[in-house]
Design a protein around this ligand. Structure first.
Ligand code: TYD
Length: 131
């Protein structure tokens, strides 16, 4: 288990990630706050980036696609995180604007690693994972 939680009914909850338990070396962390209702974030895939995503507050729905195969994961602050492998199209949203998502990454930010068009992603996925 990557995320460990220590709950104390007198003082609240503490979460911890030992980086040694991640399957990659963390090179970047970013976080998302102020979710706008009715809009989703993500809507892209990465060619080589691996990410570990945790929800620090609220509740966030992640739609993950491997090609056209879709998985839906709802994460709250009480859950562990999800590992998002390269080649995964992701879309996520929250019905709670104060939700907070933290993302750990194995690489620096590089726009060239993104695939931001769904049709392009489908072509790229079939060449790289289905042929
Ligand atoms: P993006 O990854 O497209 O966010 P989302 O898919 O959640 O909407 O990033 C939004 C913008 O922020 C985009 O212009 C790229 C920029 N950005 C950085 O400059 N550095 C980063 O580490 C990240 C994640 C994004």
């Amino acid at each position: 288990m990557i995320v460990k939680r220590i709950s104390d009914e007198s003082f609240g909850d503490l979460g911890v990630i030992e980086f040694a338990n991640l399957s990659f070396v963390c090179q970047r962390a970013y976080w998302i706050t102020n979710f706008v209702q009715g809009n989703s974030r993500g809507n892209h895939a990465h060619k080589t980036l691996t990410q570990f995503v945790i929800v620090l507050s609220g509740s966030v729905t992640f739609e993950l696609f491997r090609g056209k195969a879709r998985e839906v994961v709802v994460l709250t602050a009480n859950d562990g995180g999800i590992l998002i492998h390269p080649g995964t199209w992701r879309k996520f949203y929250s019905h709670i604007s104060s939700s907070v998502v933290m993302v750990l990454c194995n690489q620096e930010y590089r726009e060239e690693d993104y695939i931001r068009k769904w049709d392009e992603y489908q072509d790229w996925f079939s060449i790289n994972y289905e042929s």
